[in-house]
Design a binder for this molecule. Structure first.
Ligand code: BGC
Length: 368
């Protein structure tokens, strides 16, 4: 499926709502007819380049510095590829002007990269921080150099975001609200016929496989998944184990394997803060001879193609689409708006989408 069509299948309105000028006032195109697709695609690209040209800075002269917390992350790889594709193909920035660095999960390394971006005078930075707690320092570096920053994926805290607004600092955060993804996970379990209570004792016993706990996504997904489950189901929930798996498949597998050995059939639900860890946990579930949908449930977040495929085949209970396409495009548009000297909101939200068997095929079309 062509990416432009994917974009249209998503909420274009929500992307445009963040910055009217970034969307160049262009109307979302009607996309059903394949013949109109190419035309609309070039129109959309044109509207962005026209908007850029209007301020004197042509797309071909914009320099963007991007640093991703680490390249070795399934979700951030999808995000990064779409970000670069959009900036080069849709906005028209030459590939050599889009510099993408691997933060290697090391904040000191990433801060060096940011200093290099500043030294080479990029026009704007798009940053997926290793530690979101570094945002105040990084923002100050960028501010002194007069370079705007678009933070993505790992949200700086509220005090930092309020400071941008209060002091007129050119910084924004583009991302989804992790409370929503946690809530969707809890609802997916609560909406099952037995509400996740396999043995019918009125308490859902679960294990929680967490991402990096410094990350607000991990904190909120952990809290809100259980909150939604108990609120919607009216049942109690009992945490057998909570352990950090750092968003990593191999760690997810190990944690699930140990938990299934220790707690056996007591485990009714496995909550995973992301799909990579859920895919690992699924390997442990099948190695333990357990069957999803019959004697255990498991949910993740991200909607990696493999996870969505599993949901469609009843091998996984559900996931939540972490819409990297809309996030990447909104981040790129915010970056372009900054280079034009436009005002950009301090927060640009993108919605999550619940993924269950009912819509898995449709979501798979978007992500595969
Ligand atoms: C995603 C994870 C990813 C993390 C990186 C989260 O929003 O769900 O899969 O590893 O971001 O920060």
């Amino acid at each position: 499926m062509k990416l432009f069509k994917k974009l249209m299948a998503l909420s274009v309105a929500s992307i445009c709502a963040i910055s009217l000028a970034a969307c160049g006032g262009s109307k979302p195109a009607e996309t059903t007819a394949a013949s109109s697709e190419a035309k609309e695609e070039s129109k959309a690209a044109e509207s962005v380049s026209e908007a850029v040209a209007a301020t004197g800075k042509d797309a071909k002269d914009i320099k963007v510095g991007i640093s991703i917390y680490k390249f070795d992350d399934n979700f951030m790889t999808l995000y990064r590829n779409e970000l670069v594709r959009y900036l080069t193909e849709e906005v028209g920035i030459p590939a050599e002007n889009v510099v993408v660095q691997d933060g290697k999960n090391d904040q000191a390394e990433q801060t060096n990269q940011i200093n290099n971006f500043i030294a080479t005078k990029v026009d704007v930075m798009i940053l997926n921080l290793v530690q979101s707690s570094s945002a105040p320092t990084v923002t100050d570096l960028a501010k002194e150099a007069g370079i705007p920053v678009v933070y993505i994926n790992r949200e700086p805290d509220e005090a930092e975001e309020s400071r941008w607004a209060a002091d007129g600092i050119k910084a924004t955060y583009v991302g989804a609200d992790a409370r929503q993804s946690g809530t969707f996970q809890g609802e997916e379990i609560a909406e099952l016929a037995n509400k996740g209570d396999i043995n019918g004792d009125g308490t859902v016993k679960y294990i929680m496989i967490q991402g990096d706990p410094e990350n607000i996504d991990a904190q909120y997904r952990t809290e809100y998944s259980v909150k939604a489950l108990t609120e919607k189901s009216g049942l109690k929930a009992e945490e057998l184990l909570i352990q950090r798996g750092d968003w990593d498949q191999a760690k997810g597998q190990q944690i699930a394997q140990d938990a299934l050995t220790q707690y056996g059939t007591d485990v009714e639900v496995i909550f995973c803060n992301n799909d990579a860890m859920a895919l690992g946990a699924l390997q442990a579930i099948s190695a333990a001879g357990r069957k999803v949908g019959e004697d255990i449930y498991i949910v993740g977040v991200d909607a990696l193609a493999e996870a969505v495929q599993n949901v469609s085949e009843d091998k996984m209970t559900g996931t939540v689409f972490n819409d990297f396409i809309s996030q990447a495009q909104a981040a790129a548009k915010a970056a372009v708006s900054f280079t034009k000297g436009e005002k950009v909101d301090t927060k640009i939200p993108v919605d999550y989408v619940k993924v269950t068997k009912e819509n898995a095929a449709e979501i798979l079309e978007l992500v595969k």
